[in-house]
Design a protein around this ligand. Structure first.
Ligand SMILES: O=c1[nH]cnc2c1ncn2[C@@H]1O[C@H](CO)[C@@H](O)[C@H]1O
Length: 568
């Protein structure tokens, strides 16, 4: 607010100093220098300093557009309905539809995002498409350990799907108490007889059982364990449809296209290898995952050969097992991992344990089996480094929070989530020293109730201390993101955090390429490549160079397309 002449006159009479006074100016200069000095510690300080003129201009334009949208789109005005909650940084599920209409979205969508480093494969497929596949693929049957009768059954009772070459007996209904446990009913029959609206109702219900709704995510006061219970129930249902060869092939092909269109050129997927995989037309599941990897590789190669995939470098898999398993099952799973790695060395790039961190076994409890795995990998001469989830929790010094110590001590190359890392000053120094990247998943953390909005997220506490981070989408389909890719997560942090800016986003995209597991490397080679970055001589340096070229072109586009945003 500019004071009136009368106010100024009054202030001078009272002896109140003015902003123009030299000693106030001196204070302000000192203030600015302090901010600048602190900004030098930020994660993007080097990137910011070395940006081209065009990139600087693009940064400026993006910040102008962001500011305009903060007041025009994200502040409650007369145009919005009364019941709409709107403020800058509003929670993701509330903001989602509106964010997709903004100029900032258009810009972020086009940005070269580098690599996607933290994404659970089975939680990424467009669920409507997956359901269509289940209906269109011959032989898909539904079964359940007990008939589905009550409201509660529809909400939480288990059921699954599988391919079967034997046509089912049409007389039985899974919705009637006469249903015999586990007998197979073809999906068309089950849908047609669905008591709440036939096939349309069935499709809607099934989709609802494979994802978290906006409603689920609003109830932050119900806490983390409650949402994880719902979240965990989705995976067996999805997996039972997805991991049948023809369905998996068409879903993967489509998903790779979505990722490439979003500016992603490489993916390190994760999947929990606890699912049954069936080849096309085969009733019995495979006893190992070699066939799965054959098809995984085949579809990636086929995609790369299309026009759409011509710039896609590829994808690999971080093998994961469930952290709540007893040792025996974990060891069996590790053996399967090594068998698959020997058959498809180029497709498996790492190992991790997943599932709710608070409820599962802490890494400290898994140390003996993890050492066993290290020993066997060395004996078999296979390179399967650790990429652990750690600190995806709200604990402060509890055993889940302490997973961060073990992840680092066990030589993890990146940390999945690291949400609670901001409480550990010594570990922050260590991850910087050891060049460990944090795979941050801001929207996932919101939906799974660690932070209620981006404003409450721990990400800025890490970035301000110069920790290297990449942004990731974790489980886009199950979390209800509605679209695959990284645009939502990128948009969310750009709009929500003042200090981010295009240079912050770009630094995280550059990091994602730098920390990609493009090829098997010993720890020393991995470290050397990360440290030398674009100055190196290998595949990583080349891909980093390509990312810089893409980013420069993108900045040119921003400057051309949105020049008038800064003129008026
Ligand atoms: O954010 C996460 N943290 C830990 N585990 C997860 C997360 N998202 C998915 N999964 C786990 O990954 C498996 C599917 O591949 C599921 O078991 C799920 O619990």
């Amino acid at each position: 607010m500019t004071p009136s002449d009368k106010d100024i006159e009054w202030e001078l009479e009272e002896g109140i100093p003015q902003f123009e006074d030299p000693f106030i100016q001196k204070y302000l200069n000192g203030r600015e220098a302090l901010i600048e000095q602190e900004h030098k510690k930020r994660h993007d300080a080097t990137f910011y300093k070395s940006m081209s003129t065009v990139a600087q201009e693009a940064c400026h334009i993006v910040s102008v557009i962001r500011n305009k949208e903060l007041s025009q789109v994200w502040t409650k005005g007369e145009d919005w309905p009364d019941d709409e909650l709107l403020y800058p940084g509003v929670m993701f599920t509330v903001a989602r539809k509106r964010m997709e209409q903004t100029k900032l979205w258009k810009i972020v969508e086009r940005m070269p995002k580098g690599s996607l480093l933290h994404a659970h494969l089975d939680a990424m497929f467009d669920l409507d498409f997956l359901i269509d596949q289940a209906f269109e693929t011959p032989g898909i049957h539904m079964s359940a350990p007990a008939p589905l009768l009550t409201k509660q059954d529809f909400e939480i009772a288990p059921f699954s799907f599988q391919y079967s070459s034997t046509p089912s007996d049409d007389k039985e209904s899974i919705w009637a108490k006469e249903y015999q446990a586990s007998s197979l009913i073809n999906i068309q029959g089950a849908a047609a007889t669905f008591p709440n609206g036939g096939e349309d109702g069935f499709r809607k219900w099934l989709k609802g059982r494979m994802m978290l709704s906006a409603e689920h995510s609003y109830y932050h006061h119900h806490g983390v364990n409650a949402i994880w219970e719902i979240f965990q129930r989705t995976f067996p249902i999805i997996g039972s449809i997805l991991f049948y060869e023809p369905i998996f092939r068409s879903c993967l092909r489509r998903m790779l296209g979505e990722l490439a269109r979003d500016g992603i050129r490489y993916v390190d997927f994760r999947t929990a290898f606890v699912f049954e995989y069936r080849q096309q037309g085969v009733d019995t599941p495979e006893k190992d995952y070699i066939e799965f990897f054959r098809v995984f590789k085949d579809e990636i190669e086929k995609f790369k050969a299309t026009e759409e995939g011509s710039r896609f470098y590829g994808a690999r898999m971080i093998w994961t097992t469930l952290r709540f398993f007893p040792n025996k099952e974990i060891i069996e799973n590790m053996k399967q991992c090594i068998i698959a790695k020997q058959a498809y060395p180029d497709m498996i790039c790492g190992f991790d344990v997943v599932g709710q961190e608070d409820k599962g076994r802490p890494l400290a409890d898994l140390i003996p089996v993890l050492f066993w795995f290290r020993k066997v990998c060395a004996e078999e001469a296979v390179e399967i480094p650790f990429f652990f989830h750690a600190g995806e929790c709200l604990g402060d010094g509890d055993e889940t929070d302490e997973n961060l110590y073990d992840a680092i001590l066990l030589g993890t190359r990146r940390i999945g989530h690291g949400y609670s890392l901001f409480k550990h000053p010594l570990l922050i120094d260590l991850v910087k020293e050891k060049k460990i990247l944090i795979e941050c998943c801001p929207i996932s953390n919101e939906i799974l109730r660690l932070s209620s909005t981006i404003k409450h997220h721990s990400l800025p506490a890490l970035l301000s201390r110069g920790v290297s981070v990449s942004l990731n989408n974790d489980d886009p389909a199950v979390l209800g993101t509605g679209k695959n890719g990284l645009t939502h997560d990128f948009w969310q942090v750009l709009q929500g955090l003042e200090n981010m800016g295009l240079s912050g986003l770009a630094t995280m995209a550059e990091n994602s390429v730098r920390w990609s597991c493009f090829e098997d490397q010993k720890a020393t080679e991995w470290q050397a490549d990360i440290r030398s970055g674009i100055m190196g001589s290998g595949m990583k340096a080349k891909r980093l160079q390509e990312w810089y070229e893409d980013f420069e072109k993108f900045c040119q586009w921003v400057v051309l397309e949105f020049a008038d945003e800064v003129e008026d």
